[in-house]
Ligand binder design. Structure first.
Ligand SMILES: Nc1ncnc2c1ncn2[C@@H]1O[C@H](COP(=O)(O)OP(=O)(O)OP(=O)(O)O)[C@@H](O)[C@H]1O
Ligand SMILES: [Mg+2]
Length: 486
């Protein structure tokens, strides 16, 4: 079978093997400019690899150099973090520091970020391990499906009465076998059966048996909390609750289900994967990875700096800073998989700091972020590049979206120049929201085409300077209007 892939196949580079220069080059594919910030994160990441190569007693002493990214809104702070997360094979979590000041959060909840990070690591390692056993799981599942369709002689009688490994054939298995493949009685029967089985395997692989129905045993899924939320009669709820409790305490119940062969195969592959993956090992590796190379991106850190608002239901910002301190400094947090040391987790914090200043954070907190990098405000030239260069730039996104309607979008250079200039001047005239302005501008320019796309006769739509001007000029000239529309 040939699988045609559209576009190139991405072979994601593993961040941990990259030199700082290569990390910066990877980030360059998505984020325009901001060289200082990229260099800082690249060095911090490389330092952790270096640390892990040191003798244990020395490695213990080397603390991560946490980074504070400072820059106006919409210039790429979060984007750098987002890209690192994709690149990184380290557990990575992004949280908004401001969320801990919201009503309903108490100090202890700050630790939940570590628990979340552990969950991410567990998922990550589980996925890796599942990938490792996948081939094996597919083989076993295939054999189990073949057992359902055509039991081997040895297992055949057993298969009829007590199903082999939790499965049972539903129809006469020989129905699945074309007449010319049916066994002829006599000597060499076992051999013959084996050959028939292999022919059947080939048919299965070719998808020719997909529509057949077999019966398999599936584990019942139970979501005990689900019923409690639903708005049903009390009586029914009681019954459901009882069921839930039997499920909870009576272990995994199974039930028989008739499914198509292809579904059975999928289900059994998953079941085998779960059986083959050693979850103890997964959690052990995951915890180790969190402690050695975990990374937390603390966004909106400026929202917890600055003067106290004094009253109101919000948790005090200073309080949140104090709760964060031990975690950043190194403490032990208990999670459902065990205790985690946070000493070597790398923290990257980011904030616009246009109202508050880093110096308004409590002194201990300032000390926890020894590396400061400033991100530059974006220029018209940056905007042009942001529109076109990144791997998934806005223009590429819109082009791809409209392509699904059979409409080809083409931007000429003048249009790009104008879009960048308009974005820049609206930022100057109203509020500077950085590259986010490009989103609003482009949305406005393409509004008409987006709406009409399915009905357009002319499938090639060229966006030139004239078109951009016609869509935007009036709005940009009128400050009040642009405040609302762009
Ligand atoms: N330097 C850049 N290169 C490419 N795209 C950028 C750049 N800066 C911003 N963008 C785009 O603009 C949008 C907003 O950027 P981002 O989320 O990084 O802002 P931010 O710096 O975190 O701002 P805030 O302080 O408001 O959180 C994103 O969609 C991002 O793709
Ligand atoms: Mg941000």
């Amino acid at each position: 079978m040939v699988i045609y892939l559209s576009g190139e196949v991405e072979t994601a580079p593993k961040l941990d093997e990259l030199t700082p220069r290569q990390i910066v080059m990877e980030l360059d594919k998505y984020v325009v400019g901001q060289a200082a910030a990229k260099r800082a994160v690249a060095v911090a990441l490389r330092n952790r690899i270096r640390r892990q190569k040191l003798p244990a007693d020395m490695a213990q002493e080397v603390m991560p150099k946490n980074i504070l990214m400072i820059g106006p809104t919409g210039v790429g702070k979060t984007e750098i973090a987002r890209r690192l997360a994709r690149l990184s094979n380290s557990p990575f979590l992004k949280v908004e520091a401001s969320k801990y000041t919201e009503v309903g959060y108490v100090g202890r909840d700050v630790e939940s970020m570590i628990r979340d990070l552990v969950e991410i690591a567990v998922d990550m390692v589980r996925a890796e391990k599942t990938e490792e056993v996948q081939e094996k799981a597919e083989q076993v599942a295939e054999d189990r499906v073949l057992d359902l369709l055509l039991p081997l002689p040895g297992r055949k009688p057993a298969g009829r009465t007590t199903p082999p490994s939790g499965t049972e054939e539903l129809e006469d298995p020989l129905d699945a076998v074309p007449d010319d493949m049916l066994l002829t009685s006599g000597d060499g029967g076992a051999d013959q059966t084996q050959r028939t089985r292999e022919k059947l395997r080939q048919k299965l692989r070719d998808g020719k048996l997909d529509h057949r129905i077999v019966e398999i045993e599936v584990r019942e899924r139970n979501f005990p909390t689900l019923e409690i939320i639903t708005n049903q009669g009390v009586e029914e709820m009681d019954i459901k609750m009882q069921e839930s409790f039997t499920n909870l305490f009576g272990g995994g119940r199974t039930k028989k289900r008739k499914v198509r062969v292809d579904e059975a195969l999928d289900y059994l592959i998953q079941e085998e994967e779960q059986r083959l993956v050693d979850m103890d090992q997964v959690t052990r590796i995951a915890m180790e990875r969190v402690e050695q190379s975990g990374m937390i991106f603390l966004d909106e850190i400026d929202k917890i700096a600055g003067r106290e608002s004094g009253h109101g239901p919000d948790v005090s910002r200073e309080g949140v800073q104090r709760d964060l301190l031990p975690i950043i400094e190194g403490t032990t947090v208990s999670t459902r998989y065990g205790m985690v040391r946070t000493d070597h987790i790398l923290f990257v914090a980011a904030g616009a700091f246009h109202v508050s200043k880093p110096s308004e954070m409590i002194p201990e907190m300032q000390g926890r972020f020894p590396i400061r990098v400033e991100l530059d405000p974006l220029t018209v030239e940056d905007f042009k590049r942001i529109l076109t260069e990144p791997k998934n730039s806005l223009i590429k996104q819109y082009t791809a979206l409209l392509d699904t309607e059979g409409v080809t979008l083409e931007f000429d250079q003048e249009a790009i120049d104008l879009l960048a200039q308009f974005a820049f001047s609206v930022n100057e005239q109203t509020e500077n929201i950085g590259a986010r302005r490009l989103h609003t501008i482009l949305e406005k320019v393409l509004e008409e085409i987006s709406f009409e796309a399915p009905d357009l006769r002319e499938k090639l739509q060229v966006i030139d300077g004239h078109y951009v001007r016609s869509r935007l000029a009036d709005i940009v000239r009128n400050q009040d209007l642009s405040r609302y529309i762009l």
